[in-house]
Design a protein around this ligand. Structure first.
Ligand SMILES: [Zn+2]
Length: 679
């Protein structure tokens, strides 16, 4: 094929496929079979590969995705993307109308009411009728450039044919995930998880709700995955340097003609009563829509009137969003069950008579803690109100007292652990009841192991929750140290484990021995020692021995280590069983000392010296200067004490710190003196 022939053929195929796409996605008409369509598309993909120079800017191959975005560039919006002020009741709408009337005087005005889709706001820019950039709202001033991913959305025109629209313009709208796609993806995850369970891998998390799923999807790196998720775009605003239309309604019609996806469920209202009618009409009707909506947007129709009304600092004065309250259902409380978590905290969960709520069936609701049960004054057999507001787990918001059966007993929080029957305790100042039987309560033991193997700790992903459960039931593991004693023969005696999976599990356990000290420290699951604290402790104390030896006072000199954490460490190391566990893990070969390569080391010029930083610096961010100190072998303390050698004082350094330093004879140095020290 000559280049000229290729060029013609590419142009022809592009036009043809775009035509079929448009017919299908705008008018739901298939003029050719899927097979024929795929043949045309594959032919175009092949030709574009051979002659990339002839690829058309509106090529339908972009819909299939494949482009990878490593990092989403931050883009400043040409016009700020303001958010609308929200209202939840009729009176607010009437007040809004009063304010409009006051400003516009006697002039007649109209409202356009639109459904408020619950997704991710998006700004599309067209230059010479071609889609050039798609930007998320971000903070309203700046957003992320997600063009490659947005191009895969079939309801976003890549090239526009219109006599009414100017060549350069912006369209704003909402990207949403239809319920069908949302359910399908979660079904796929469920299937995938069955497979992963068999392989002893950790399950993938389900998508929480369509809105979160949408925002997660448009920030994915691989656009071919985005393409498969069937997102939709609904346009609702037209903007250009010179407004081409007199009213908003005209712009919507022109966009619709130009093949933008514009919801037809909008109305024009002559007054606020008509607006309120529309709002009420959609309150329940919206649940029949194939995607989530969370309210109605009310906008002034006339652009010149919008200009008269103007903006507040945060939002336009000519529009308002009416938000529907979360749907509430009432149902019968069948029982309250109690779950014991890794830390021993006991959470009450309500089992409910199944009830339909916002399109799904609800059977359970969280009750949070004992205070919540008391606050609700829950009784056996109560009829309760359940609500779902964006979260996955529904909440009980109240009790229908009129339906309480006579003579029923109030529900009291259990006194003993449902798993090991130990009496529960409540620590001062905390709301949760906990089971103190840390070492004998099965869910706590298993929970500790799951924490130990988790990604941010030892990252043994060849082991999963199910495998831990199986090993535990078989009596193979009582503590995490037992993991390192498991032999292949032991695993092979268990039902469902084959040579390959046994090898994988053992390899994962073996590799974990190389995990740095900070991961091990985090993995031990000491109370209040999260990932960041573990890293700080590892950097400061360098080894478990130093940490063990440290007094309460010494512990609190470490950066950002407070009394609560220090106390928890002291308690942990007081316990014989914990010390035995550490010894066993050491013997197994785990890292209990910080390796030099864990942290970049520039020099040892500051070796043995301690520093405190205060104020603002010209050459460093505050955390940066701390890293520099450590990189040169120095240590950073958290307060002025007798152990402190230098206080580096930047601009606006704390007065009380300087005073105390002077009293204790600590040397106060400037930023430039510090720079001299490491030169
Ligand atoms: Zn227990």
């Amino acid at each position: 094929m000559t280049p000229e022939q290729a060029q013609n053929e590419i142009a022809e195929l592009t036009q043809k496929i775009n035509y079929y796409n448009e017919k299908y996605y705008q008018e739901h008409i298939s003029e050719i079979s899927d097979y024929e369509f795929d043949m045309l598309l594959n032919k175009l993909i092949d030709l574009e590969k051979q002659f990339p120079q002839f690829t058309q800017p509106d090529s339908p191959t972009q819909r299939v995705g494949g482009g990878i975005t490593k990092e989403f560039l931050t883009v400043t919006h040409k016009r700020p993307m303001l958010s609308l002020s929200n209202t939840y009741n009729e009176q607010d709408l009437r007040d809004f109308d009063e304010r409009i009337k006051k400003t516009l005087g006697d002039a007649p005005y109209e409202y356009i009411c639109e459904l408020k889709f619950d997704g991710v706001a998006m700004s599309l820019h067209y230059e010479n009728y071609l889609l050039t950039t798609a930007v998320t709202r971000g903070d309203g001033e700046q957003g992320d450039d997600v063009t490659t991913n947005i191009k895969t959305i079939k309801t976003v025109p890549l090239k526009v044919h219109s006599q009414k629209l100017p060549p350069n313009f912006e369209v704003r709208g909402e990207v949403v995930m239809p319920h069908e796609s949302f359910d399908r993806i979660n079904d796929e995850i469920a299937k995938e998880n069955e497979q992963r369970e068999k392989e002893g891998k950790k399950p993938l998390a389900f998508l929480a709700n369509p809105r979160n799923a949408t925002s997660g999807t448009i920030k994915m790196q691989d656009s071919s995955v985005v393409a498969k998720r069937n997102l939709m775009f609904y346009g609702y605003d037209f903007l250009a340097d010179n407004q081409a239309f007199i009213t908003h309604e005209e712009s919507l019609k022109a966009l619709k003609e130009a093949k933008f996806n514009i919801s037809t469920d909008y109305v024009k209202c002559k007054n606020i009563d008509e607006v309120i009618d529309f709002v009420n009409r959609w309150e329940t009707k919206r649940y029949d829509l194939p995607m989530d909506t969370d309210g109605i947007v009310v906008k002034i129709n006339d652009y010149s009137q919008r200009e008269t009304l103007g903006f507040t600092a945060k939002s336009p004065r000519w529009a308002i969003a009416y938000k529907y309250k979360a749907e509430v259902a009432s149902t019968i409380l069948e029982s309250v069950v109690y779950q014991v978590g890794r830390t021993g905290a006991v959470t009450p969960v309500a089992n409910l008579k199944p009830v339909k709520l916002a399109g799904t069936t609800v059977k359970r609701a969280t009750l949070h803690n004992a205070n919540e049960i008391a606050r609700l004054d829950l009784h056996q057999g109560d009829t309760v109100f359940v609500q779902k507001a964006g979260e996955i787990i529904p909440q009980i918001t109240g009790v229908d007292m009129s339906k309480r059966p006579q003579g029923v007993a109030p529900i009291h929080f259990i006194e003993n652990c449902p798993e090991c029957n130990t009496q529960l305790i409540r620590k001062e100042g905390e709301v949760a009841f906990i089971c103190p039987n840390e070492k004998g309560c099965p869910p706590q033991i298993k929970g500790k192991m799951e924490h130990f193997i988790s990604r941010k700790a030892m990252n043994i992903d060849s082991l999963g929750e199910k495998t831990i459960e199986t090993f535990f039931q078989a009596g193979m593991i009582k503590t995490v140290a037992d993991l390192y004693k498991i032999k292949k023969e032991d695993i092979l005696t268990l039902e469902g484990f084959k040579e390959t999976s046994a090898n994988n599990i053992l390899a994962g356990i073996e590799t974990s021995k190389q995990k740095p000290f900070k991961n091990v420290l985090f993995g031990l699951g000491i109370r209040f020692i999260g990932e960041t604290v573990a890293e700080k402790l590892a950097n400061f104390f360098k080894s478990i021995e130093n940490l063990q030896k440290a007094s309460l006072e010494e512990l609190t000199t470490a950066p950002e280590i407070g009394e609560k954490i220090a106390q928890s460490l002291i308690e942990y190391f007081k316990d014989e069983d914990n010390l035995r566990l550490i010894e066993e893990l050491k013997k197994a070969g785990l890292q209990f000392t910080m390796q030099e390569e864990d942290k970049p080391q520039l020099s040892n010029k500051l070796e043995g010296k301690t520093f405190l930083v205060s104020g603002v610096f010209a050459n460093f961010e505050r955390d940066e200067i701390k890293n520099v100190i450590e990189a040169h072998g120095g240590r950073v303390l958290s307060g002025v004490s007798g152990k402190l050698n230098y206080l580096i004082a930047g601009e606006n350094a704390g007065g009380s710190k300087l005073e105390k330093a002077e009293k204790l004879g600590v040397q106060v140095i400037s930023e430039s003196q510090f720079l001299e020290m490491i030169k």
